[in-house]
Design a protein around this ligand. Structure first.
Ligand SMILES: NC(=O)c1ccc[n+]([C@@H]2O[C@H](COP(=O)([O-])OP(=O)(O)OC[C@H]3O[C@@H](n4cnc5c(N)ncnc54)[C@H](O)[C@@H]3O)[C@@H](O)[C@H]2O)c1
Length: 277
């Protein structure tokens, strides 16, 4: 029960990584408010967790939705300790040259309004409550916040912008509020959707053989699941162990940044030396 008596607000908690974070936070003793646009995702949460969750149906592109979420969180649970802006969409690695002229402006606006503005507005609406609680913000970034190829130009630029938000807000909000990010790599057990402007809103990342693709490039040898990634958010939300932690982004991606030049899995050498015992 590492988060007993703590209260979190998660955007995009109706599916995928956000849902895994909510499940884990509740199991650690927290109460969690969730802002999501999926009515089905929210009712599944309510069914699973009852009074331990408060659900708010809304769209992260609008400040009013965030205001409503922060207000309901405080009304129902008395405070807000940890904000987790997480709702996002992907561009399915659409190359610039393949992005049609007639939709590129709309696609940029849609990507940035969900993946960046949605994060900024969450922080803005939660400031009074987080100031009161001396709380924290943990943004979901992505490997695309550091490296190319985890998306197209729109997604990669948006996730790099989130790293900028982490740094600027950590600077602006200390010493009252700690601000950090977690950058997962490709994850199993999510339903990440594409941009409507690219006609990808009904495409789910679960239809891509992501596990096979990543097994060959990650030093850890396999893709992690959303459930396996939720523990990092617990650590970032704990107060006792994170006193000096602000302005940082944790690469939680299976080692994408250390995959080397001549094949990924150097640990195969260990099998040769020690595997016979
Ligand atoms: N799935 C991956 O492989 C992966 C890897 C790295 C980072 N991420 C990041 O993790 C975060 C969560 O993604 P996921 O894979 O769990 O996706 P998901 O689609 O499984 O869950 C996202 C949730 O956000 C909600 N949502 C989307 N747009 C919204 C909006 N405008 N307003 C309100 N709610 C909205 C959806 O309804 C859904 O419940 C995103 O920021 C994504 O970029 C995902």
């Amino acid at each position: 029960m590492k988060l007993k008596d703590e209260v979190a607000l998660v955007t995009g908690g109706g599916a995928g990584l956000g849902r895994a974070i909510v499940d884990r936070f509740v199991s650690e003793g927290a109460r969690v408010a969730v802002l999501d646009r999926s009515a089905d995702g929210l009712s599944a949460l309510k069914e699973a967790h009852g009074d331990a969750v408060a659900v708010i149906e809304g769209d992260v592109r609008f400040l009013d939705s965030h205001r409503e979420a922060a207000a309901k969180c405080v009304e129902q649970f008395g405070k807000l300790d940890c904000l987790i802006p997480n709702a996002g969409v992907w561009d399915y690695s659409t190359a610039l040259v393949d992005t049609p002229d007639k939709v590129i402006e709309e696609a940029f606006d849609e990507m940035f309004s969900i993946n960046v503005k949605g994060y900024l507005l969450a922080a803005k609406a939660s400031l009074p409550a987080l100031y009161d609680s001396k709380g924290s913000i943990t943004f979901t970034v992505s490997n695309a916040g550091f490296y190319p190829g985890g998306g197209g130009a729109l997604y990669t630029a948006a996730k790099h912008a989130v790293v900028g938000l982490v740094k600027q807000l950590a600077f602006e909000l200390g010493p009252h509020i700690r601000v950090n990010g977690i950058a997962p790599g490709g994850l199993g057990g999510t339903d990440l959707r594409g941009l409507k402007s690219l006609d990808l809103q009904d495409t789910s990342i679960s239809t891509i053989p992501l596990a096979d693709m990543l097994a060959g490039v990650l030093p850890t040898g396999r893709m992690a699941t959303a459930t396996e990634s939720a523990g990092a958010y617990v650590f970032f939300a704990t107060r006792a162990d994170t006193v000096p932690l602000t302005g940082s982004v944790l690469n939680f991606d299976g080692g994408m940044g250390v995959r080397g030049l001549d094949g990924t899995n150097r640990g195969a050498l260990l099998d040769q030396h020690f595997g016979q015992k």
